[in-house]
Design a protein around this ligand. Structure first.
Ligand SMILES: [Zn+2]
Ligand SMILES: [Zn+2]
Length: 294
């Protein structure tokens, strides 16, 4: 089996779907990323982008389909696509829904959002075999692929994931207010240019990733009025990537108020931040529909 990881973005918007001419280039669907290694299909988050992924998978007409589904957390923008995921209605599909050790909360929440008052089809009537699985400590095997998890800072909590295949790795880390995790919380006020040091356990979870897909919702200016909302300054994500020796950084969870042009400007702001820290880091805005080989 090749170690190559294929990553495809199906939803990159945060908070709420934002279709329309202002967001056409990056896309308006909420959080959903596909990662494939050989025949193993992993899906990170079940935001509205998951509907299009389902359409794509059904078109491919695989006889049997196994989907490993990991949820960062159950806020709407991360689960709302699930009831519209076509393969969930097909009896040749098996879905594993992962949660923390000894906890089937994620499975319960997916079914809960299909309660009769919210949705016409009951979870129990879905054709697919849907199974709750939990992490064994902080790691689990999805097929032959190792996935690790780590805690993040977000209202109600959220989970980041690291997928490892041979020497390659991809980290999916959305909905995390890095600015509330800084080792020296006052550093930004004293010296906005100085490196914002993040805790060792977080840095080691991300260490050496070939691709870090990270929540980068706010500009420096916006963050001042959004403290405690659960999302970071995009520039602080750069600092995490720099400390962890990441190769490529994909900014995601774009703010619903941000137009394509605004996201372009944030990417520039982050590229300048990396340069000012003296590091060569490839930074780009995650965009619906793009596929990367890692
Ligand atoms: Zn979110
Ligand atoms: Zn959230």
């Amino acid at each position: 089996m090749s170690d190559d990881l294929f990553v495809r973005f199906w939803g990159v918007r945060g908070s709420i779907p934002t279709p329309g001419p202002r967001t056409r280039r990056y896309g308006g669907n909420t959080s959903c990323v596909e990662v494939r290694v050989g025949d193993t299909l992993m899906v990170f988050d079940a935001g509205t982008g998951m509907r299009e992924l389902g359409v794509h998978l059904l078109k491919a007409r695989a006889k049997e389909l196994t989907v490993h589904l990991f949820l960062s957390h159950p806020h709407w923008d991360h689960i709302q696509g699930f009831p519209f995921f076509g393969p969930a209605y097909v009896n040749t599909t098996t879905m594993y829904v992962y949660g923390p050790k000894g906890d089937d909360k994620n499975y319960q929440l997916l079914s809960g959002q299909m309660a009769n008052a919210y949705f016409p089809v009951r979870f129990s009537d879905l054709g697919a075999k849907i199974v709750a699985r939990s992490f064994n400590g902080t790691a689990v095997k999805a097929g032959d692929v190792k996935v690790k998890c780590f805690g993040q800072k977000h209202p109600g909590g959220s989970t980041g994931f690291r997928v490892e295949s041979g020497e390659r790795s991809v980290v999916f880390a959305t909905d995390s207010e890095l600015d509330q995790m800084l080792v020296d919380p006052d550093i930004v006020k004293r010296d906005p240019e100085a490196l914002r040091e993040l805790p060792d356990d977080l840095v080691s979870a991300v260490r050496g990733a070939d691709l870090l897909i990270a929540d980068a919702q706010y500009t420096d200016a916006e963050y001042l009025t959004k403290v405690g909302w659960g999302h970071p300054r995009a520039t602080t994500v750069v600092d995490l990537a720099v400390q962890a020796g990441v190769r490529q950084l994909a900014l995601t969870h774009h703010d619903p108020m941000h137009s394509d042009r605004d996201v372009d400007l944030m990417v520039l702001e982050c590229q300048e931040r990396a340069e000012s820290l003296g590091v060569e880091l490839e930074v780009f805005g995650a965009r619906e529909g793009i596929t990367l080989k890692v």
